[in-house]
Design a protein around this ligand. Structure first.
Ligand code: COA
Length: 295
């Protein structure tokens, strides 16, 4: 088999749905693919270990609302991709191809598979975030119809331990979901109830209250969580109350200059810049928000 970079014979690549027994191979490839690209560009890896990458893949492969696709060559797993179908706007990723086989159009086929799925399911739109330093993924997604919408700073640092006066942050419970959905729909034009419920069950979701009502929420303050608020002060409360910022960091839209500068003033550091890209329906956000790495 001639499988050096760019030499792969497309007919050898078979795509099929992911299965629980793919977890180990997909987790290892996920770690190695992100680690290799990040190291090449002198950036920290998205996942600190194979275990962390495998944990995420395990969760996605076993979740009923995630579509998965695995690429195989001669019976061996060489890559995978996922579509988060918990909302009417779907999220792509993580997409990863074995570093030995990258640049041979396997990534393109894995992307085409999730886009075909989204159109089959008549999902209104698809979104993703990519590391801006990675020219290949940027080019791949743009050539498949994705438009860059927003530059996002991934930021990390010590917990801030600060709250604006008159704001209170507490753990979210199931009874909060309707209030959270209302704010999300106001900001994004659709709710993200599936993600919010999952985060409540995981214990990572928080809500902010101001003047006796919920004015924002975060499914987690970090890489895998999204947040919305009526105003920047709601986001500042959620960020200020977080005990840590999960994964590589929280994701701050650069166009929200006031929030970005506030994070810098609170000594958060920029880890990398990412690009939010979408295809299909996209509503310009009408309020304060932090995307998750899946959107
Ligand atoms: C991103 C990733 C999945 C892409 O998979 P891949 O199999 O290497 O990519 P492909 O060969 O299918 O597609 C790359 C495309 O970008 C093009 N490309 C590559 N570098 C480019 C550049 N600098 N400028 C313009 N186009 C470029 C290639 O020519 C190819 O297009 P083509 O199909 O028209 O020839 C893979 O590189 C990977 O696993 N990366 C590590 C993890 C990661 O970054 N995931 C994405 C997170 S958002």
């Amino acid at each position: 088999m001639s499988m050096a970079n760019g030499q792969n014979n497309q007919s050898e690549v078979v795509l099929r749905p992911g299965r629980p027994e793919d977890t180990g191979a997909c987790g290892r490839i996920c770690y190695e693919a992100f680690e290799g690209i990040a190291r090449h560009h002198n950036f920290p890896p998205d996942f600190p270990s194979v275990n962390e990458a495998t944990g995420l893949i395990d969760m996605f492969l076993s979740h009923p609302n995630f579509f998965s696709v695995v690429a195989e060559v001669k019976g061996e797993v060489v890559g995978s991709n996922f579509l988060d179908e918990r909302s009417s706007i779907a999220g792509v990723g993580p997409i990863t191809v074995d570093p030995k086989l990258q640049n041979a159009r396997i990534g393109r086929r894995l992307m085409e598979a999730v886009l075909a799925r989204a159109s089959e399911r008549k999902l209104a739109g698809v979104r993703l975030l990519q590391a801006a330093y990675h020219g290949r993924s940027l080019a791949l997604y743009a050539s498949l119809g994705f438009l860059p919408r927003e530059s996002i700073a991934c930021m990390q640092g010590a917990a801030l331990g600060t709250l604006p006066a008159g704001y209170r942050v507490r753990q979210a419970v199931e009874a909060d979901v309707d209030a959270c959905d209302r704010i999300c729909t106001f900001v994004h034009g659709h709710d993200r109830a599936g993600e919010t419920l999952d985060a409540i069950n995981l214990g990572t979701a928080t809500v902010v209250e101001h003047e006796g009502r919920i004015t924002g929420y975060a499914t987690d303050v970090g890489f895998l969580g999204h947040a919305v608020g009526e105003t920047n002060r709601d986001l500042m409360a959620l960020i200020g109350a977080a005990s840590a910022f999960s994964g590589p960091g929280l994701l701050v839209p650069l166009r929200n200059g006031a929030l970005f500068q506030w994070c810098l003033a609170h000594r958060l550091r920029v880890v990398m810049v990412m690009t939010l890209m979408t295809t299909g329906l996209y509503n310009e956000p009408a309020g304060a928000y932090l995307p998750s790495v899946l959107y």
